[in-house]
Design a protein around this ligand. Structure first.
Ligand SMILES: C[S@@+](CC[C@H](N)C(=O)[O-])C[C@H]1O[C@@H](n2cnc3c(N)ncnc32)[C@H](O)[C@@H]1O
Length: 361
């Protein structure tokens, strides 16, 4: 079942439209109905005709005219369960593949801040992710990143960060095709991992885990397998501090708890689009305030149209590829109260490819 292709047909249908209307106004999205049905398929509640269209449970039937009828039959039969999901959940992903860009950007920031040592002397890091979901990106140093040089790209040498782990869970490997430079992968030690989310997902909660899985598109079988590995890995660590609440309200007080000797890094990915423009401005003002008091770095991975990066991105990177816009990788550092923004490149939203072209300094 291809969620995107089918959504127009779904919205147009009376049964599904009626279901969408039962969701809170902000939740009236066809993608939420698709995720709710995918959840039923993954749990084995829905089998048979419809499951045959879901590669994530081994289905291999191509979408055809019968798919919509099978889908609507399931929506009708499991109406109460689906409505419950629409009322209590939002489409919420947590995509470990995005750590490829974060790792590349962090390594670049370190080298820029400590040019003499190539980043070796960098201070230990305290990560603060806003819009952290289940906090899977906060384990970025525990994943193995393989940056594979594209044969037609600017650079031919690939790079790998190998992470051995303790063998208790299968390794999480993130492979990214590099369309421009291959980034360095060196990272200082990460000693605090803090996440803020208005609806944090708990890796220890089977229902939250099931919902994160349901939000992966059904044709993305490899992504689902990688998510499962990341969830298993996260379950073996208890050092992620997840706070529930609005990041605008929480951010400053949480950063105040971080040891002054640590380098604070604010991360956000696929999150600013949820904010109203005035909230994005408030968020920048909060960061500027923190940056006026201590050294601060930010790594953002967001849509190219979002301020404060839109102007910078247009100047440095030019317009995105219409077919594959990807996310923009942008950093800000505040040193001695002075702010420095840089657009480093673009990445496919799940980390499949990277166009890394940072400025010389
Ligand atoms: C699309 S998810 C991205 C999660 C994660 N950053 C990633 O890239 O995998 C966006 C997250 O932002 C959270 N979020 C949106 N607005 C928020 C706000 N005002 N305060 C805190 N969290 C928010 C949502 O609950 C959701 O978990």
């Amino acid at each position: 079942m291809r969620q995107r292709g089918g959504s127009d047909a779904l919205v147009a249908d009376e049964v599904a439209a009626a279901i969408i209307d039962l969701a809170p106004r902000a939740q009236r999205r066809a993608t939420l109905v698709f995720a709710a049905v995918h959840d039923l398929v993954l749990r084995g509640v829905v089998q048979g005709a419809l499951a045959a269209y879901y590669p994530t449970v081994g289905g291999d039937r191509a979408p055809d005219a019968a798919a919509t009828a099978a889908f609507l039959e399931v929506v009708d039969r499991h109406r109460d369960l689906i409505v419950d999901r629409l009322r209590t959940r939002s489409t919420q992903t947590n995509e470990p593949g995005r750590t490829a860009a974060q790792r590349a950007a962090l390594s670049w920031l370190q080298t820029r801040a400590y040019p003499g040592s190539g980043g070796v002397d960098a201070r230990p890091l305290a990560l603060v992710e806003v819009g952290a979901s289940a906090g899977l990106l906060l384990h970025l140093d525990r994943y193995a990143h393989r940056f594979v040089a594209d044969p037609d790209g600017a650079c031919r040498r690939s790079s790998t960060s190998s992470v051995r782990g303790d063998g208790s869970t299968p390794p999480v490997v993130i492979e990214t095709r590099c369309l421009d430079r291959v980034p360095a992968t060196r990272l200082a030690a990460i000693v605090r991992r803090i996440g803020i989310d208005r609806t944090p997902m708990r890796v220890g909660d089977p229902d939250d885990r099931a919902w994160l899985r349901a939000c992966v598109w059904p044709e993305h079988v490899d992504r689902l397998a990688r998510l499962d590995r990341a969830l298993s890995l996260a379950a073996t660590h208890d050092d992620v501090e997840l706070h529930q609440g609005d990041l605008l309200a929480l951010h400053e007080s949480i950063v105040a708890t971080i040891d002054p000797d640590l380098q604070v890094v604010v991360l956000h990915s696929a999150t600013l689009a949820y904010f109203a423009p005035e909230d994005r401005e408030r968020f920048e003002a909060i960061l500027d305030g923190i940056g006026s008091r201590r050294e601060l770095w930010r790594v953002g991975l967001e849509g190219h149209f979002l301020e404060p990066f839109a102007g910078l991105v247009a100047r440095r990177l030019g317009p995105p590829d219409a077919d594959q816009p990807g996310f923009v990788i942008a950093t800000t550092s505040w040193v001695d109260g002075r702010r420095h923004d840089a657009a480093l490149g673009r990445m496919q939203s799940h980390g499949a490819w990277l166009r890394f072209a940072p400025p010389a300094r």
